[in-house]
Write a protein that binds this ligand. Sequence first.
Ligand code: AGP
Length: 611
Amino acid sequence: MCGIVGFIGAQEAAPILLDGLARLEYRGYDSAGIAIWSQEKGMEVVKAKGRLQVLSDMVDGGKALKGTVGLGHTRWATHGEPSDVNSHPQVSENGRFAVVHNGIIENYAEIREILQSKGVHFVSQTDTEVVAQLLEYYYRGDVMEALTKVLHRIEGAYALGILCADCPDRLIAARKDSPLILGYGDGFQMLASDVTAVIKYTREVCYLDDGEIAVLTRDGIEVLSHPYLLPVKKERHHVDWEISAAEKGGYEHFMFKEIMEQPKAFRDTISPRIQEGRVVLEDLHITAQQLREMDKLYIIACGSSYHVGMAAKYTLERLLHKSVEVTLASEFRYCEPIVTDKTMVLVISQSGETIDTLAALREAKRLGARVLSIVNVVGSTIARESHDVLYTWAGPEIAVATTKAYSTQLAVVYLVGLYFADLLGTIEKAEYDSIVAELTCIPDKIQTILDQKEQIQYFASIFFNHPSIFFIGRNIDYAVGMEGSLKLKEISYIHSEAYAAGELKHGTISLIEPGTLVVALASYGKLFEKLMSNVVEVKSRGADVLGVTTESRKETMAKTVDHVVAVPDTHPMLLPSLDVIPLQLFAYYVALMRGCDIDKPRNLAKSVTVE
Ligand code: AGP
């Protein structure tokens, strides 16, 4: 949700800002803008509706803007439609302050009205303009004084980058509930929404925390606490992944690259944590006693991470013999959750910045729960605010539609399940050994499916024009169906729904008519026959059925359905890791054939930092 980048140094800022914005474009891509200050021209702001390329062309790749300090922004609209005027940077009436913002200023309407009554003229519909105008309103020659007043006055979430024409020897940043990192360079400093925007220039970063303000000059960065401006000592982190990890590397789309990276991502996530046949989770500080006393396990997440939670429920209940409740993060806070100091909460998030998930985490902690999170982005807010964190080692995920993060989240769920079951003594040794052994085979089995991608491409070519597609399954197959359906709708814009197969006849089956495509997931052996009965029900109403099952059941399923995709057999608990692969490929190829913008689907952004 909006990407911010700032640079102050000796080099021309505009090309660096555009390069940083290109790496942040996954966060929002309906408009973009930059502000540059130079001795000759003062504050120059260029912004444009549309993709970053439009802006880049306007400023000749940055060459048309001279100046060594500036801010850039790529937008995902919340307040005010995507347009030139609503793009960031937003500028105060006399042009003194340029502001880029990620988040929502919740009381912007009230402040706007007050400022208007005092004669301030607004030009945009954005909440962000309020920050720029308020800075100007409070400004009496001291930017920090004005900023502390502004931060005191505004409510909501923000990562702010501020450039003031009166003191262009510095950039100022502030944060509350929206991510912001600082990059330390030699003779230059940077700020950004995430590290992908800075690692071409520096690998030394720190994470700004809520209530902190940063002042960046060419020589260094000072972090201060709001409101008393006391110095804060920040820990620096070295980012060690290669920049190529965040580039397409010859693939047409990030999504396809990330799908193909799944064997490696899965292996990287489990390998360091399986030693001599045992799951070793050194980062975890949860004892057997705490687990025994646990009165409830909640899983909290959004979107695809929530779907991992759905699969995790089946897995963890089976392994731990404890009931698990999966809750959408956006609902958790408002459902009066029953949480005690014996409650454990498993939070799942790729970005570690999803605001609903973060808010739920904070609420759970406030109520006394112990929070364990599964996160991909190192140093993200959710990771830092959890009692325990287990990282997925998927590497940077750029495509809006998650694939390798989903797979690695599942991998960590299996590890947690095995580890907890072992501590609780709820798993037999033979079962434990066989799951661990099978877990190490999953990367190769994923590869086997990827190697047959042309078959999925063929099915996509048959069905890509279907107006509506249903996914049905039972138990873990249902959980995977939900992910398959979400993948399809978010990138191909085809209407799709996932149904627990047994639920169809309670209403939804009325939507099945001749030619409707039903993707039937039937990999879970125990419920194969039951699922096949549901397949017969939709077939009798004329549906085309694409079945997904395991190799050992392929022939049986082929007798009833129109087409079958088979995944290798595995331990039932691990099936979601294989079943999801053909569904990701199917969504990808369907979207490709429909000419969709796969990596940047309409209306979406990768990191959802607004409620
Ligand atoms: C999945 O393809 C989506 N991009 C979305 O549902 C995503 O999983 C959700 O927004 C949660 O994000 P998180 O894992 O970063 O918290």
